[in-house]
Ligand binder design. Structure first.
Ligand SMILES: NC(=O)c1ccc[n+]([C@@H]2O[C@H](COP(=O)([O-])OP(=O)(O)OC[C@H]3O[C@@H](n4cnc5c(N)ncnc54)[C@H](OP(=O)(O)O)[C@@H]3O)[C@@H](O)[C@H]2O)c1
Length: 352
């Protein structure tokens, strides 16, 4: 396989105050020869796909969080899919292996074996699923509902950001668990997709002037709220809690571009309804990923879980351009960027 003479990567250029700006990131073109040769237990990966995630807005904020902020000039953090094109001495991978990992917005990267995962494909599963149902989104929906929501059959589950990547999977897992599922999304088209294709009991457009009265009329009070949005939506749904309700604080996308998030007015309902509200980070459950992936794979293979992608073509430079779509509601399903075709003509080399 011939190697390019140079490759592209996207680095953080400046920290935005609010929305991501055109100059928040910049593209660097660097010589391929600047990449080190993979050392012991390392591989060289060619990136084929990148995942775009709301968390990226948090990664570029200079505050304490569950991961350190991306520094100015550093390659932007991102999860990707790729193919191993060279192995270092003693690597457990082979040339041609499909892998996933956090190499960031770069076309090529040298990665340690321990920081990437080989993708094992079961029947009915495709590599791209590892950025969606079998990746962070699916695992977030799975552990959020199971560990924090403790959802039981017959309960009423409300999911916000429901036509997005995590939300769409949470809705489907909620139905599979025997709950009544109510979805909230930002357009009539998204609501129809949630009802007609994903089978939620009812979907609500939060931009409709009758949104609040619609929720009161059709949901009444809820048992579990899977919150992807935070802000006013969370505040309103705190007024709709059944006794012993659980609120899964998964994300707060409405607040990610704000300098300061809005405070909650309705939290006293947590006391009167003996409700629990708990945040979580999916990575806390890493040791349990294999079992969850096995279960989610079965759902994909059988067709019980449907996947939807919003694919952005045009290479790695489209990643920063497409990222704001998550905040304007431009995506339905998992937002991914196609970085390159899978390299052809790779042959597994014997290990050194
Ligand atoms: N805790 C964890 O470990 C973890 C892991 C992964 C993701 N998350 C969180 O999960 C949430 C969903 O992530 P995702 O990857 O699945 O993204 P996504 O839902 O695919 O995309 C974001 C969606 O959020 C909606 N949205 C944007 N701004 C909004 C606003 N102001 N009010 C209401 N809805 C808004 C938009 O849809 P509409 O058209 O419906 O507005 C948009 O399509 C995010 O908050 C993310 O940070 C948490």
């Amino acid at each position: 396989m011939s190697r390019p003479t140079q490759f592209k990567r996207i680095v953080l250029n400046s920290r935005p105050e609010g929305d991501i700006e055109p100059d928040t990131f910049r593209t660097e073109v660097v010589p391929f020869s600047s990449l080190p040769k993979p050392g012991k237990g390392e591989v060289l990966v060619q990136c084929t796909w990148l995942s775009l995630d709301p968390a990226m807005r948090g990664y570029i904020r200079d505050v304490r969080s569950y991961l350190p902020p991306v520094k100015i000039g550093e390659v932007m953090r991102a999860l990707g899919l790729g193919v191993v094109i060279e192995t270092g001495p003693g690597s457990k991978f082979s040339v041609g292996d499909n892998v996933s990992g956090p190499w960031g917005m770069t076309e090529y990267a040298v990665m340690k074996d321990k920081h990437i995962d080989k993708i094992d494909l079961l029947p009915g599963v495709q590599p791209l699923d590892f950025l969606n149902v079998l990746g962070s989104s699916g695992l977030t929906a799975y552990f959020g509902l199971k560990k924090i929501g403790e959802l039981k059959p017959g309960e009423k589950l409300v999911v916000s950001g429901a036509a997005g990547s995590v939300g769409a999977i949470a809705c489907q897992l909620g139905k599979a668990a025997g709950a009544k599922v109510y979805a909230i999304a930002g357009s009539e088209d998204k609501c129809r997709w949630l009802e007609n294709d994903l089978g939620v009991d009812k979907a609500f457009n939060y931009k409709s002037p009758t949104f609040h009265s619609d929720i009161k009329k059709h949901v009444g009070y809820l048992d579990v709220y899977f919150d992807n949005v935070g802000g006013d939506m969370l505040d309103f749904l705190l007024t709709r809690l059944n006794k012993d309700a659980r609120i899964i604080l998964c994300g707060a996308i409405s607040a990610y571009n704000a300098t300061k998030p809005k405070g909650l007015q309705s939290y006293l309902n947590l006391i009167s309804q003996r409700a629990k509200i708990q945040g979580f980070i999916v990575m806390d459950y890493t040791p349990e990923y294999p079992a969850a992936i096995a279960e989610l794979s079965k759902g994909l293979s059988s067709g019980a879980i449907k996947r939807k992608f919003h694919i952005v073509e045009g290479g790695i430079e489209q990643a920063p351009v497409a990222l704001p779509m998550l905040f304007s509601g431009g995506n339905t399903g998992k937002l991914v960027v196609k970085v390159s075709e899978e390299p052809k003509g790779l042959q597994a080399k014997s290990k050194l």
